[in-house]
Ligand binder design. Structure first.
Ligand SMILES: C[S@@+](CC[C@H](N)C(=O)[O-])C[C@H]1O[C@@H](n2cnc3c(N)ncnc32)[C@H](O)[C@@H]1O
Length: 225
């Protein structure tokens, strides 16, 4: 399967996402905010953060608000996405993926909806690449679509930039993080309730064990020095 060229989608990425997620919540920032809140509960303090596969930089303002003092770098293979990210986040730093050196070690590497675009046969080497850039005691935190959720499946099947998607379940993600030498310190399902059921959202944290959320997260921690 040919991989999607995200350069083609840079300009319309935000509106395509909004169309896709409208039925779940008309505030399409909800999903980004949700992930960053969850990230902060996993890693309350971080001096350096890599947004791996940052795309057009939608998470960056939320990462900045959550970690005001941190060094935050967004990286992506799509040059057009990075150009867009720089325009909308002029004070932040973006680095093309092929220029991301190993000299900086990050406390947090955050990857939101990236790994389903990476072919299964190169997922382990991609995680090894991330692992090499992780500080002692640092975390790689992956958010992914939950293949067990039929609504998620439908959204992925109809999304133009998901044509190359090979979804990975929570178990696969955890196993790959372990193979990269990390210990799973937190994992769970999330994004259960659409806007129409917003009153139930406070229950989300108690439902993380239930494999029905629209997405899931897995955090792998490297040993402290
Ligand atoms: C669905 S977008 C998600 C973008 C962003 N993380 C977000 O939440 O809005 C997937 C991103 O993964 C990037 N990507 C694809 N293959 C990648 C790889 N091997 N390494 C890092 N990023 C990759 C794409 O260029 C694209 O920007």
């Amino acid at each position: 399967m040919t991989s999607i060229d995200f350069d083609q989608y840079a300009r319309d990425y935000a509106s395509l996402i909004a169309e896709q997620t409208e039925a779940f919540d008309s505030d399409n920032d909800y999903f980004v905010r949700y992930k960053i809140d969850c990230l902060r509960s996993i890693a309350p303090h971080a001096r350096s953060i890599l947004d791996f596969g940052c795309g057009v930089g939608r998470s960056i303002p939320f990462l900045r608000a959550a970690y005001p003092q941190a060094e935050i770098i967004g990286s992506d293979p799509s040059a057009e996405s990075l150009a867009f990210a720089r325009k909308t986040n002029p004070k932040e730093t973006f680095v093309p993926l092929n220029e991301l050196g190993a000299e900086t070690r990050y406390d947090v590497i955050f990857a939101a909806c990236v790994f389903h675009h990476i072919a299964p046969e190169i997922r382990d080497e991609t995680l090894a690449f991330c692992r090499e850039r992780l500080a002692p005691g640092g975390r790689i935190v992956i958010f992914e679509h939950n293949p067990l959720n039929p609504v998620t499946q439908r959204l992925v099947n109809t999304c133009p930039f998901d044509a190359d998607a090979v979804l990975l379940g929570k178990g696969e993600t955890a196993a790959r993080l372990k193979r990269a030498g990390l210990e799973i310190d937190k994992a769970g399902y999330c994004l259960f309730f659409p806007g129409a059921l917003a009153a139930l959202r406070p229950l989300e944290r108690r439902l993380q064990w239930l494999p029905l959320g629209g997405q899931y997260f897995v955090s792998g921690k490297s040993p402290s020095a």
